[in-house]
Design a protein around this ligand. Structure first.
Ligand code: SF4
Length: 403
């Protein structure tokens, strides 16, 4: 059984899927330590499972921005085991921003019991979404980035694989992640039952680590996008991420590029809650990362953007609604756009982030406020403004004096 596809093919499944029996056991394989431990234990210790491997399908949704070392470890240690045990492995991911429950916008890169490579680069990376929107994964609340890049892919893929038949859906929550398991179980339906093997086994992260180390000789790394703000929300997380950048400079350079674009558009948008990840990389002396980042900046076509933002208060005691308009006005080399920016109206100033902005209207301390500035930025951000933006901006900006 083997269907491996190439990027750009907007099919949810390979042609022969309809003839296959619907698997009753589905493992969400996130490539990280927890689900790797579950999978490797199932493969090496039949007593750890209550089903036959022929009835299992392993599914991964690619964000497109994993560390290369994670992909290499999976290819080296996990794929051979899947081949050896002839376990079906489905790799899928978005091929465009929006997906539907019917599977539009999703490509299946590979559906086979003989996987030889990981399609970790995906077809539409989460970083493309972030760059196009000039934003970053949002730290607070639910992880919307994960819901869009993984959940919205896995749900239709699993629905098609299981064909409406009852199935067990396995997720690698650790034994002390009962709360997450309870929240996941809230999504159970008459046909979907969430199962949490690590909790059933009483396995902590340390247990997973020693088990996987025992089998592979590797301390398995966390699976994450190279710029994941959740992975660097603690000092320890920053340290381990910087260590990964030291051996994978391209991963760090991508993170800095994504952060730079977002910061150009909004100086408050940084990967770390306390400031720019760039400063941590510079302080750590990761010159390879910095060199790659600066080279990419210099080689990327730039644009002069007009950025406007408005905070509108819709009623007493309600939270202000913030809306944004981004418009590309000119494009050219980085140096050309720096010169074009200097000719724009406003007061040209360079912030602590080293980014020059020509400010026409500065944002106020408290809402309602409006701001308007010009900035030279890699020309990767798409024009965007929500409906009613012009009216809102005119209402608020009309009441304040221009710079
Ligand atoms: S790894 Fe981080 S950035 Fe990537 S999808 Fe998950 S939460 Fe979002």
């Amino acid at each position: 059984m083997s269907t491996q596809t190439h990027h750009g093919q907007a099919s949810l499944f390979g042609a022969d899927t309809s003839t296959r029996r619907h698997p009753r056991h589905v493992l969400s394989y996130g490539l990280g330590l927890d689900s790797t431990a579950v999978l490797l234990r199932w493969l090496t210790d039949p007593a750890s499972r209550d089903f036959d491997l022929a009835d299992l399908v392993v599914v991964t949704a690619m964000t497109g921005d994993e560390f290369a070392s994670t992909g290499a470890d999976v290819e080296r240690y996990v794929l051979p085991e899947l081949r050896r045990h002839r376990v079906r492995f489905v790799q899928a991911g978005r091929n465009q921003l929006l997906t539907t429950a019917a599977g539009e916008g999703i490509t299946t890169f590979s559906d086979t019991t003989e996987p030889t490579r990981l399609f970790a680069e995906g077809a539409y990376a989460l970083s493309t979404e972030m760059l196009t929107a000039g934003t970053l994964p949002q730290r607070g609340g639910v992880r919307k980035c994960s819901a869009r890049a993984k959940g919205a892919v896995l749900d239709p893929v699993i629905a098609r694989l299981t064909g409406g038949q009852p199935h067990q859906h396995y997720v690698g929550f650790e034994s002390d992640e009962r709360g997450r398991a309870d929240r996941d179980a809230a999504y159970n339906t008459p046909i979907r039952t969430g199962r949490y093997p690590l909790i059933e086994w009483g396995w902590t992260r340390a247990d997973c680590d020693s088990f996987v180390y025992e089998l592979t000789g590797r301390h398995w790394s966390k699976s994450a996008c190279t710029y994941c703000p959740f992975a660097i929300s603690s000092a320890r997380g920053v340290q381990s991420t910087l260590q990964r950048y030291a051996t994978e400079p391209a991963a760090g350079a991508l993170a800095l590029f994504v952060e730079h674009v977002a910061t150009c558009i909004n100086e408050m948008q940084t990967l770390r809650p306390t400031g720019r990840l760039y400063d941590d990389v510079a302080a750590a002396g990761l010159t390879d990362v910095l060199d790659l980042f600066h080279r990419r900046l210099n080689d990327t076509e730039h644009g002069v953007y007009e950025v406007r933002r408005v905070a509108k208060v819709r009623g007493a005691g309600t939270k202000a609604v913030i809306a944004r308009s981004v418009r590309l006005l000119d494009r050219g080399s980085r140096a050309e756009m720096a010169a074009a920016l200097a000719a724009m109206p406003g007061h040209l100033r360079t912030g602590g982030d080293g980014i020059a902005r020509s400010v026409v209207l500065a944002r106020g301390e408290s809402p309602p406020w409006a701001e308007r500035f010009y900035v030279a930025c890699p020309a990767v951000v798409a024009d965007k403004a929500r409906p009613h933006f012009e009216r809102w901006f005119a209402e608020v900006a009309g009441d304040v004096a221009l710079f």
